[in-house]
Structures are given as C-alpha cells and as structure tokens.
Design a protein around this ligand. Structure first.
Ligand code: Y43
Ligand code: MG
Length: 343
C-alpha cells in the first residue's frame, strides 16, 4: 500500500520536548499524533514494569504489530525516544530534538526521575546517542536535528509556509511582512517584472507566471490598482505611471470635473507553486475617496486616498494594515494557505 501522507518520527532523549512538538505539529498539519507510550500501555506491548528505571519494558515486536496498520496508512507523527525499531520503509522524516544538558537535568529532576535513569539520559543526550541512532537507521537526507531548549526555539521549529514575494517595492514588502509574519515567512527577490496591459486579473496572472519562470520556483506577486469610479475604473493598473507623471495634485485634477471622488484600492496577489502551475489569485478591495494630499508622502498615493475620514498616509501602519486592500487580499491568502496545510 502506498501512503499519500508522510510519517514523521519525533525522537530524542526523554525530556527534550517530543510530546509538545508532536501536539503542535498535529494541530497545525492535521496529521495524527501517535504516542508510543500510550500504545505500549493501552495495548500492553510490554513485558512488565521495571522498578529501578520506573518504566515499562517494551516488547518491540508487539508494539510494531500494534501500530503497523495505522502507520502504513500514513499521516502519523510518531512520538518515541527510540527510532531504530521502525522499518525504514515506514518513515519519511526523522526529527531529533536536542537540548543542553543543564536544561535536560532540570526537566528530568522536575519529573522526579530516579538518579540512575536521570544520569543515563543525560549521558545519552551528551553523547548524541539518539542522533547517531537516527543517522545509522535512516538515509541522511531525512534526518533533521532541531534545538528544543526554550519556547523561542519551539516556535522556530513550528511548521510554516514560506513565500518568495517578488516585488521591487520596499513599502509593499514591509506591509506584506507586517501582515503575514510570523505565520507565513516572507522572503523577497526584487525583480523588475514586465507588466502587460489588461484587466486586473490578467495583469497579475501574467506577472505571476513570468515570475515563476524567472525564479524557477514558487512565487508570490502582487499588483495594486487605484480605480476612480467617475473614470470607470481608470487609472486602474496604470496608476503607477499616472502617479509618476501627474503626482498627487495631478491625480486630484483628473477628477476636478466630477462630483464623484470615490475610488477603489484594489490589491491582487497571485501565488504560483512554480513554472507551469496555474496561479491562484487573492483580491482585496477597499473603498475610499480621492482628496488633496494629507500625511507623509512616503508610499505611492497613500496621502490622497481617504478611508473613513483619514488618508492611508495619516494612519498608523498597523491601522492601515487592518483595513487596507492589501490586508483583505492577504486574509484570503492566509485562509487558503492554512487549508492547504491541513488538506
Ligand atoms: O498601498 C498602497 N498605497 C499607496 N500606493 C500604493 C500602494 N500599493 C501600491 N502603491 C503604488 C505603487 C505603484 O506606484 C502603484 C502600483 O503599481 P505596482 O506595479 O503594483 O507596484 P510596483 O511596480 O511599485 O511594485 P511591483 O514590483 O510589486 O510591481 O501603486
Ligand atoms: Mg510594478
């Protein structure tokens, strides 16, 4: 039987944080946490209780029989302080958690480990016994060593998406990072992408395909439009050139003959999994109106786009990032990514 979901072993000396990592990973990925400890107890895969070590003497054959069907279906996160007993063909990734000995000493003392057991586990961690066992039993490409001394390191180890946001606009990049991180890590390549003429969708679709071909990998791109309702949506995707040539005042003058100053800020993100993968679009729209410039002129047309009494430029960054066209589009993107993660 071939599995469609991976099996992952989270291993390491007792006290390194296997169970916390497994629970976090299970929650974030939808894979199931298979606690070998629980199986040993509930299915009696042991030859009794060792008084000196205060632990079950595991019958490995019984244990493998007990979990075989479940593991062969895939999607298991195996939580156990040994890894060499599982057949190579069952396993796709082996994570060995590591801690410094002083941290391990404190954790095991707190668990009231008997002195002998505590000392043996400390030695085992110092001698990298589990890491060696993992490297001896599995191909080196699937063995990963992660540090697990504190909450920050645990957080570093969490599963997450990374996107490569292709943009030459530092302000955009700043906003995208502020909104997506730390849930999604944002990398950046500043490439100058040719932009075609067309509808908002067409511009982003083409930009996204082009970017994926250029970097030969997964990419995120974005195109921003500013659409004046009185002008039936213009300048739209051509706002950049209007901004450059006319400036804030010129853009206001465009609407001088019209009563209707309303405008839509439209942000369209395109994500492609790589060359040949059709981009997926995420669009966000914020309604506002065009006003004479107020606030710092640092980012494009922020100073002339008013939303509920304030221009984007007058708002705190965090405030803009709650209601902006970009934030709305990114909320859709995040929802899609979190579904992907658990699919
Ligand atoms: O939230 C915004 N607030 C104010 N102005 C903004 C905003 N977002 C984009 N803008 C400006 C930048 C550019 O003048 C035009 C969009 O053109 P657009 O092609 O999407 O941006 P770009 O060429 O600077 O960067 P990219 O390398 O991602 O194509 O509107
Ligand atoms: Mg551009």
């Amino acid at each position: 039987m071939s599995r469609t979901l991976p099996n992952i072993i989270i291993t390491g000396t007792p006290g390194v944080g296997k169970t916390s990592h497994c629970e976090l990973l299970a929650e974030r990925t939808g894979l199931k946490h298979l606690s070998v400890n629980d199986v040993v107890k509930s299915k009696e895969c042991h030859e009794g209780w060792d008084e000196e070590y205060q632990s079950w003497i595991v019958d490995e054959d019984k244990l493998l029989d007990a979990i075989e069907d479940e593991v062969k279906q895939g999607g298991c996160i195996i939580d156990w302080h040994a890894c060499d007993l599982f057949p190579k063909s069952w396993i796709d990734l082996v994570v060995v958690l590591r801690v410094e000995s002083s941290v391990l000493y404190d954790r095991l003392s707190e668990r009231k480990y008997p002195e002998l057991k505590l000392q043996e586990n400390l030695d085992s961690e110092i001698m990298e016994v589990l890491l060696q066992e993992a490297r001896d039993s599995y191909d080196e490409e699937i063995v990963v060593e992660l540090q697990s001394n504190n909450a920050e390191q645990m957080d570093e180890n969490r599963p997450r998406h990374i996107v490569n946001f292709i943009t030459g606009n530092a302000n955009k990049l700043g906003e995208v990072k502020a909104i997506l991180e730390p849930a999604i890590q944002v990398e950046n390549q500043a490439l100058d992408l040719l932009e075609i003429q067309g509808t908002l969708q067409e511009v982003t679709l083409d930009k996204c395909r082009r970017a994926a071909d250029l970097v030969q990998g997964p990419v995120l791109v974005e195109d921003t439009c500013l659409c004046f309702n009185a002008l039936k949506g213009l300048p739209g995707p051509y706002i950049k050139w209007f901004m450059k040539d006319l400036g804030h005042e010129g853009l206001n003058n465009l609407l001088a003959a019209y009563e209707d100053k309303s405008a839509q800020a439209v942000c369209t993100f395109g994500y492609s999994a790589g060359p040949g993968h059709e981009p997926i679009l995420f669009q966000g729209i914020t309604d506002g109106k065009i006003v004479p410039a107020r606030g710092p002129p640092h980012f494009g047309w922020d100073a002339i786009f008013e939303y509920e009494g304030q221009t984007y430029a007058e708002m705190d960054k965090t405030e803009k990032n709650k209601i902006s066209h970009r934030a709305k589009a990114l909320a859709k993107l995040q929802e899609w990514f979190s579904k992907e993660m658990t699919a």
